[in-house]
Design a protein around this ligand. Sequence first.
Ligand SMILES: O=C(O)CC1=CCC(=O)O1
Length: 96
Amino acid sequence: MLFHVKMIVKLPVDMDPAKAATLKADEKELAQGLMREGKWRHLWRIAGQYANYSVFDVASVQELHDTLMQLPLFPYMEIEVNPLCRHPSSIREDDT
Ligand SMILES: O=C(O)CC1=CCC(=O)O1
C-alpha cells in the first residue's frame, strides 16, 4: 500500500542544539534503513520549508502508523497522510 505523507518539523526554538543534532542524526539513520528496505520510497524536501513530502510503501495502515510513530522527530512533527491508488491513465508500471 502506498501513502503520500507530508511531514512538517517543528523543533522548539529553545531546544538544546546538541539534542536537535542527535534527533536529526537518529532520524536520518532510521529513514535510510527504511529506504534500503523499500518501505520509504521517496523523500523530498519541500522547498523553503523544514518539511518533506514522502511516499511510503507498507503492508497496512497499522504498519504506516507504527513506522511514523517510531521516528525520532515524531513528537515534533505535524503529519498528514493520504492513501494512494493507481491512476487509470498512468502508463508507469511501477506505480503499484
Ligand atoms: O528533515 C525532515 O524533513 C525530517 C526527516 C525525515 C527523514 C529525515 O532524515 O529527516
